[in-house]
Every structure is written in structure tokens, then in C-alpha cells.
Design a protein around this ligand. Structure first.
Ligand code: GLN
Length: 232
């Protein structure tokens, strides 16, 4: 682990999982996305240098728990379950779930996924949302290591629907106009949730991140990054 000569702060190890466009994804082999720009702004504001590592979803979570990673960002929802094991920064983005399906499937509310072959990303809040409808580990549910793999399986016809985060669903449907996909949300069933930066428990880093996040939310930097990714 290096340290930044000027500030005396150590160089952080930041993990992400790039199957989550537009928050974290690969563009010509480079990790990019809203979350990548956001963490860059937060850490620069907080005076940290960092190395970004792109890993799988489950190893990302495990590495933050063990402290091998100092933090992770990838549209990670703050929920009670994870708060037992991790700390989170202040929230930075509101989200809910959507159901993406091939045009022609009769799906007008969340409960219509019953009887369908359902694709989700393993260990996500989307997986939980689907399980709340059809039952835990119901055999109609296929769990994929990444959200991108769940979407591929939808396009190939291996699953009928994918339950995932709304902004990621919007992005995928927009970017795949020839796939004949449709989507719905269901505010009666799917609750609103918030993304936060994931941290090991009880670090001093959390306060630095929260302060920097607050600063960039007040000084217009957050808004600039937001506009760049979502309002153009
Ligand atoms: N927001 C979802 C969760 O935290 C999915 C995140 C992701 O796939 N990167 O469970």
C-alpha cells in the first residue's frame, strides 16, 4: 500500500463490478460510468489517491468485508441486511426495481412474474424483490453472477423476465432497440431504495467520504456528473 506524499493519506483500493451500466461498465476495455466519475470526484475532494479494481459482484462484497478493498461502488443498495456487515456512506442515488421482458409477455404488474422463468443477479436486491413474489429460491428463478449475464439470458430466451434496478433496466432497453424488450415498474410492490458507497465496518474513512460527498453535493460537482450521465 502506497501513501500520498503530500497529504500523508494512504492510496486507497477501490473495487467495482462493471456489469451495471450506466453506473459501472466497460467501454472499450475501460471501466467507466456514473459511479466511477462520482468516486473519482469524492476521493479527489477528500484528498485520496486510489487504484480502481474491477472484480465480480460477490468477490467485491467479500473483499470489502475482509478489508482487502477500502471501499466499493457499483450501484450498491443500502439495506438493513448489509448494514449488519458493512458501513455505507451517505446515500447518493435513489432507485427502485423494474421488470424487463420480451415484448408479448403479458406482464402488467409485479405479480405477473409468477409462472415465468425469472432471471436475477445473485445476492442483489432485485433477486430479493423477485423472491418476495415467487418465494425464496423458487425454481423459476435463475441467478446470474452479473446483471449483464441475466440480460443475455433474457435475449437468448432462457429466461422470460429480468428483475433489476430501474435505471439499469432503462439503459439496457434503450441500448438494445432490436431486442424487442418491454418493461414495467410496480410502485405497489417495489420499494424505493438508495445507493451508497460500501465500506468495511468502523473505518475512519467513512467520515472523510461523507464530508466529501456533502461538499460535492453542495458545490455543484455532483450535479455536473449527474447531468453528464442522466440528463443528456
Ligand atoms: N442495487 C442492487 C443491489 O445492491 C444491484 C447492484 C449491482 O448489481 N451492482 O443489490
Amino acid at each position: 500500500e502506497g501513501s500520498n506524499a503530500e497529504s500523508g493519506k494512504k492510496t486507497l483500493t477501490v473495487y467495482t463490478e462493471s456489469g451495471f451500466k450506466p453506473f459501472s461498465y466497460l467501454d472499450k476495455g475501460e471501466v467507466t460510468g456514473f459511479d466511477i466519475d462520482l468516486i473519482d470526484a469524492v476521493l479527489s475532494e477528500a484528498g485520496y489517491e486510489y487504484n480502481l479494481e474491477n472484480v465480480g459482484w460477490e468477490s467485491m462484497l467479500a473483499s470489502v468485508q475482509s478489508g482487502e478493498a477500502d471501499l466499493a461502488i457499483a450501484g450498491i443498495t443500502m439495506n438493513e441486511d448489509r448494514k449488519q456487515t458493512y458501513d455505507f456512506s451517505q446515500p447518493y442515488f435513489e432507485s427502485t426495481h423494474k421488470i424487463v421482458f420480451r415484448e408479448g409477455e403479458q406482464i402488467t404488474s409485479a405479480k405477473d412474474i409468477k409462472g415465468k422463468k425469472i432471471g436475477v443477479q445473485t445476492g442483489t436486491t432485485g433477486a430479493e424483490a423477485a423472491e418476495q413474489i415467487v418465494g425464496n429460491n423458487d425454481k423459476s428463478i435463475s441467478k446470474f453472477e452479473s446483471n449483464s449475464l441475466a440480460f443475455m439470458s433474457l435475449q437468448s430466451g432462457d429466461v422470460d423476465v429480468v428483475v433489476t434496478d430501474n435505471v439499469v433496466a432503462n439503459e439496457y432497453v434503450k441500448n438494445n432497440p432490436d431486442a424487442n424488450l418491454d418493461m414495467i415498474t410496480d410502485s405497489e410492490t417495489f420499494e424505493s431504495e438508495f445507493y451508497g458507497i460500501l465500506l468495511p465496518k468502523d473505518t475512519a474513512l467513512k467520515e472523510d467520504l461523507d464530508q466529501a460527498l456533502q461538499t460535492i453535493m453542495e458545490n455543484g460537482t455532483f450535479e455536473e456528473i449527474y447531468q453528464e450521465w442522466f440528463d443528456t
